[in-house]
Every structure is written in C-alpha cells, then in structure tokens.
Design a protein around this ligand. Structure first.
Ligand SMILES: Cc1cc2nc3c(=O)[nH]c(=O)nc-3n(C[C@H](O)[C@H](O)[C@H](O)COP(=O)(O)OP(=O)(O)OC[C@H]3O[C@@H](n4cnc5c(N)ncnc54)[C@H](O)[C@@H]3O)c2cc1C
Length: 325
C-alpha cells in the first residue's frame, strides 16, 4: 500500500518537516505491506530540487508546477494533493503539522470526505490498518485514532519523527497537471523575521523565558544562553501578552508547538497551556526559584534557584565548552 507525503517548500527550499514525514512514510509503507511506494506531492512555481528526496525515502514525487503556487494557496495546494490522491490511491497521506500543514490538511480532508488525525506523535500499522496517536486536552491525554476507510490523513508534529538518509530511492519527478482555482484567498506578501533565525518549530534547542524575568530588558539573559547553546528563543504567553516578546516566539496551546531535543524553561511556572506546546520535547530543563513550580513535574533536569544568578553562570560555563562536540 502506498503512502503519499505532502512536500512543503518555502521560497524554493524543501522544508525539513517534509523529510521527517518521508522518513515516517518509509517506515509505514514497509509495515503496511504490499510493496507500497512512498510518493511525494509538491506544489511550487518550479522544481525545488525534488529528485534529492530519493535519499529521504521518496520513490517518486509528483510536481504540480504553476506560477500561482510560488506562495501558499490553500485551495490550489488542496487541489494538487487531491489530484495526487486520485492518481496514487494511497492508504495514507502525511502532512507536517506546521502552520501550512495545519491549514492544508483539513482542506484536503474536507475535499475528499476523509478522516484526519492532526498533530500526531506516533503512527503504527498493523494488519494493513493505520493507527495514529495524538496528545489531546493540552497534552493531558493521548488519543488513539483508527481510520474506517482510506485514505487516512495524518499530520505529524514537527521534530518528533526521524528523517531517513541515504535511502537510495529513485525520487523520480513527475508532472501533475493542476490549475489553481480562479477565486479564493491569495497570499500577497510574506513578512519574515530578520536575522535569519532558525524557525522555533524546527529548532533542535529552544530556550524560553517567562514572567520570572521581571521585564523585557532581562531577556538578554535568555538570548545569551540561547547563543551559547545555538538555540532559538521562545517565550511564555505571559511575557508575550505583556508585550515583552513577539507572538511568533510564544510556545503553548495558543502559540507554537515545539519538540526540540532540548527545551530550557527559565522563570516559567509550567501552566498546562504552556506544557501543551513543549511537553513532547526530548529533554526538558527547568530553572525556577519555586521548588513546587509545576514545570518540575515534567522536567528531566530541574534547577531550583534564582535565574538572575543561575543563568549567567550557566552561560559562562557553556561558552567554555563546545556544546555541539
Ligand atoms: C486559553 C488560554 C490559552 C493559553 N495559552 C498559552 C500559551 O500558548 N502559552 C503559554 O505559555 N501560556 C498560555 N496561557 C497562559 C498560562 O495559563 C499561564 O498564565 C502562562 O503560561 C504563565 O506564564 P509564565 O510561566 O511566564 O508566568 P508565571 O505563571 O507568572 O510564572 C513565572 C515563574 O517564574 C518563577 N520565577 C520568578 N522569579 C524568578 C527568579 N528570580 N528566578 C527563577 N524563577 C523565578 C516563578 O516561581 C514562577 O514559577 C494560556 C491561558 C489560557 C487561559
């Protein structure tokens, strides 16, 4: 049984979340049996180097090339994925649960009348049937989803699934004829953050600051620690609401969901809404002066102390070692 993967590109670059989805599709196609292919589908103005995805697990990639697909077009991209589903008849369609994927996957599900499990953290295939698990109620419970009919649509939480490398598949790029619908919403401009920072959701290390920092001027401590670790800066909603940090940095239920290898929470209490956005991080370090702060319940390492003393000392020590060695 085949697995279709939506390949997300931004400004002509395939995003790493799509390589993660291809990795999972490769594992899934093997356990679903029947010698199924892993097929990608990409909507873009021109080929963003799709043949390279053979090494990431794609047997072939369908390219819906159209000048109108240079930027995200919900209706047009959904038409492209639906056309690919029609051509491939996959058992499952995988998307990344990125901001784009969170908009696109429900559109495709509605178009096909198919079921969608969003923001999944694991997939299993037994006896040809797919089961997805996903955190619900802000991470308090895990839901198991089974699909009564195919295709099963699934979006995958970024940074949870490992990509494969050196798969040595052909990655043949084939054209897919799709016309974007004439009417509908259009993205006219994309305003990006300056500084070439790594996207919070794609970062391997995130250092987040909360209200314990007492004011925006003290976020320099967080930025310095992040720089020493090669990390991206995140924030709690309390500090975003206070206007100390931009909303793009907010982690949590109403912010971004991150799953880095290392998440450092500084002066963050660990409210359930914050945990919803970071509890699937591989290793969680919490720095808080209150030993009863809820964040310590999910932390792998807890440091009880005054952040104004602990963080500069930690940063100084980290600067002396090569943290990536
Ligand atoms: C519908 C809804 C959606 C929400 N969505 C989100 C969301 O997406 N993300 C989110 O983060 N929140 C969200 N919230 C808000 C959430 O409930 C909390 O209010 C918020 O996370 C608290 O932020 P905080 O931990 O920075 O602040 P606080 O809860 O005030 O915690 C500050 C912490 O800093 C510690 N501290 C103070 N001084 C020091 C010091 N000198 N050294 C060390 N530690 C110190 C304190 O002990 C405390 O634990 C949402 C709430 C609602 C109702």
């Amino acid at each position: 049984m085949s697995v279709l993967v939506f390949i997300e590109q931004r400004e002509g670059q395939v995003r790493s979340v799509s390589r993660e989805a291809l990795g999972e599709a490769t594992r899934l196609a093997a356990s679903l049996g029947g010698g199924g292919e892993v097929v990608g589908v990409c909507a873009a103005a021109s080929d963003p180097g799709l043949a390279a995805l053979g090494d990431a697990g794609a047997d072939r990639v369908l390219l819906a090339a159209h000048p109108g697909f240079a930027r995200y077009d919900g209706a047009g991209y959904a038409a492209a994925v639906a056309a690919a589903v029609e051509a491939v008849k996959p058992a499952a369609v995988l998307f990344a649960a990125s901001s784009l994927g969170r908009d696109l996957a429900p559109r495709v599900a509605a178009k096909l009348g198919a079921g969608l499990a969003a923001d999944c953290t694991s997939l299993t295939a037994t006896a040809g049937a797919l089961t997805a698990t996903r955190p619900v109620y802000a991470g308090k419970a895990i839901q198991t989803v089974r699909f009564p009919k195919s295709p099963a649509l699934v979006s995958l939480r970024p940074k949870v699934f490992a990509p494969v490398t050196g798969a040595g598949k052909r990655g043949a790029v084939e054209p897919l004829a799709v016309e974007p619908p004439a009417s509908g919403a259009r993205v006219r401009e994309v305003v990006t953050q300056s500084g070439g920072k790594v996207d919070l959701t794609e970062s391997e290390i995130v250092v987040s600051g909360g209200r314990g920092l007492k004011g925006p001027e003290h976020f320099k401590l967080i930025e310095d620690l992040a720089a020493a670790l090669g990390a991206t800066v995140g924030a709690s909603r309390a500090v975003v609401d206070a206007g100390w940090r931009p909303h793009s940095e907010q982690v949590g239920q109403t912010g971004k969901t991150v799953s880095p290898k290392l998440y450092v929470a500084v002066g963050i209490s660990g409210a359930i809404q914050h945990l919803a956005g970071m509890s699937s991080s591989r290793c969680i370090v919490a720095i808080n002066k209150d030993p009863d702060a809820p964040i310590f319940k999910i932390a792998d390492y807890g440091l009880v102390g005054d952040l104004f003393e602990v963080v500069p000392a930690l940063t100084e020590q980290l600067k002396k070692i090569d943290v990536h060695a």
